[in-house]
Design a protein around this ligand. Structure first.
Ligand code: A2P
Length: 402
């Protein structure tokens, strides 16, 4: 049975092979994905190795368990074992795993290169925690502009949707960490003092690239240059991501509404590909309102990608509902989302009850007036605003424009 580490395949050390299913000894513990992290809380400081079993590729509970153990301060070795595939490796590392134990059969189907190509984070959780990993970091191709705390990243993909909208992807700095739904400052290296603007990251936290979705502002100080980027160009990414549109800023409930207009879709394109969102909520309703049909294409594609995704596809197909509307071009579903909420059309057509604080959580991202009006409707239904420090029923962020 090979062990997949950030540096490639290796054999399991002989002193660790004695950990048998559900066994527990002084230093090693085996857990199944449905184990309760709370039960182990007092023992964590004494443990060297925790091994979490994944019963099937579609069962993501082991990822949440790993996150919780790390949140409780576990600093020992964390190993995933069983049904984890190479597409999930980056996410596993993000959740705090150090390595993954796979079967010989899977190792034949997905050889080493599938796991530790550019997609994997080359610095393990523990190395990051202990501030090591510099030798690995040194191997990376990316340049790191340390004086400004900025990463120089290469554009890998550009797509123009309309005269005013485009998306692009850049390589991801190996040490860059973010939670799905957060934003980061980006700029172009075209001036001595580059201009930076906040951009929501439209790819999920486990992805090996960073995606952004942007409007083209005529004479906008950043987008007038950014809209011309081509594959191979350099984009600057500041080191720290932040934001309130994260699953942890909401208290648990049954259903999550993601309410977007325009480029406010970007953080939700990230969230709908995050397994954590589907673990936390039984249903995810994504609404996107734009003036014209063409402006809905990016959101439609994001939903398609989520449903075809090896990591979340199965959950997205069961749980994700997409509700697009146009406000100016005639089409099957017209009108602002606020109108659809007020008239009850949203709920009627999806056969769902109206907003209620016991079952529903929401995130809002759009223009300032849209955020204001939608927020008022949620508050009128009894939902209260939350934040990172005080999770609540809904969170808001203005879509960033120049
Ligand atoms: P509308 O066409 O009726 O203005 P924009 O392109 O101006 O950023 O708008 C994006 C989408 O957000 C449009 O469909 C627009 O509808 C809608 N919108 C603008 N203001 C509000 C608001 N206060 N509440 C809900 N939707 C809004």
């Amino acid at each position: 049975m090979p062990l997949v580490t950030t540096e490639g395949f290796r054999l399991i050390p002989s002193n660790e092979t004695s950990v048998s299913a559900e066994s527990i000894n002084d230093r090693f513990v085996n857990l199944s994905g449905d184990a309760q992290a709370e039960a182990l809380r007092d023992k964590l400081a004494d443990l060297d190795l925790i091994r979490i079993e994944f019963g099937s590729f579609a069962d993501g509970r082991g990822f949440s368990l790993a996150k919780r153990l790390r949140n409780y301060g576990y600093k020992g070795h964390l190993r995933a074992s069983g049904h984890v595939i190479s597409d999930q490796f980056r996410y596993a590392l993000d959740c705090g795993f150090d390595d993954v134990e796979i079967s010989d059969e899977l190792a034949r189907r997905q050889p080493e290169a599938d796991w530790v190509s550019d997609r994997a984070t080359p610095v393990s959780y523990i190395e990051r925690l202990r501030g090591r990993g510099s030798s690995i970091v040194a191997q990376l191709k990316e340049k790191y502009v340390s004086q400004d705390g900025v990463f120089e990243q290469q554009v890998t993909h550009v797509k123009h949707y309309t005269d005013g909208l485009f998306s692009f992807r850049v390589t991801r700095p190996s040490s860059f960490r973010f939670r799905s739904g957060e934003f980061v400052m980006i700029g172009m290296p075209n001036a001595e003092k580059p201009i930076f603007r906040a951009y929501s990251i439209a790819s999920p936290s486990w992805d090996d690239e960073l995606e952004f979705y942007s409007i083209k502002v005529p004479d906008g100080p950043l987008t007038e240059h950014l809209q011309h980027v081509a594959v191979g160009d350099t984009v600057l990414v500041r080191k720290k991501a932040t934001g309130t549109l994260v699953a942890d800023a909401l208290t648990p409930a049954k259903r999550l509404y993601l309410l977007a207009t325009g480029t406010g879709m970007a953080p939700f394109a990230s969230l709908i590909r995050d397994p954590y969102v589907y673990e936390k909520f039984e249903q995810v309703v994504l609404t996107h309102s734009c003036r014209d049909h063409n402006e809905l294409t990016y959101g439609r594609e994001a939903v398609g990608r989520a449903k075809a995704d090896p990591l979340v596809g199965e959950a997205a197909q069961r749980k994700l509902i997409f509700y697009p509307t146009t406000t100016r071009e005639t089409g099957p579903r017209m009108g602002r989302i606020t109108l659809h909420i007020e008239t009850g059309e949203l709920f009627r057509s999806l056969d769902l009850p109206r907003f209620d604080a016991a079952n529903d959580r929401a995130m809002i991202c759009g223009s300032l007036p849209m955020v204001h009006d939608t927020k008022a409707l949620l508050e009128a239904a009894g939902l209260t605003e939350g934040s990172n420090s005080r999770p609540g029923d809904f969170v808001v962020e203005r879509a960033f424009v120049e």
